[in-house]
Write a protein that binds this ligand. Structure first.
Ligand SMILES: [Zn+2]
Length: 124
């Protein structure tokens, strides 16, 4: 299977690096605000509805989300380095360029992504 042209690969790599940097800053900022929240309210000051801790859990959830994406971006950069970038991790089919433009850290082609989300994908 023909590999991605070098120019394409570079484009996606730059896109991924920019994304990684942006995510890093965003996560740092979010972690900062959670930590600040921590020092202002101790656990036993939270009211019975737990609104503060709810807010904090919500924030932590967001950070985990961003962190997960950051992980995927990092893995995509590794695939750029080892030459497997641009093919589906499950069936090895090329991932369409349009999909990579929209989601440069996509691991799967559209079909396998759907299977992965419905739990039908078996990885070995
Ligand atoms: Zn696939």
């Amino acid at each position: 299977m023909p590999k991605l042209p070098k120019a394409e690969l570079n484009k996606h790599r730059n896109h991924l690096l920019a994304l990684l940097q942006r995510l890093g800053m965003k996560i740092e900022h979010m972690e900062d605000s959670v930590l600040r929240g921590d020092s202002e309210t101790s656990a036993d000051e939270v009211d019975e509805f737990g609104s503060d801790s709810y807010h904090q859990e919500f924030q932590v959830g967001l950070i985990e989300n961003e962190d997960e994406i950051r992980q995927q971006v990092t893995e995509a950069l590794q695939r750029v380095a080892d030459g497997s970038f641009g093919s589906c991790d499950a069936c090895d089919d090329p991932i369409p360029a349009r999909r990579l433009d929209a989601l440069p850290y996509a691991r799967y082609c559209v079909g396998c992504q759907e299977k992965s989300e419905s739990g039908d994908l078996s990885e070995d």
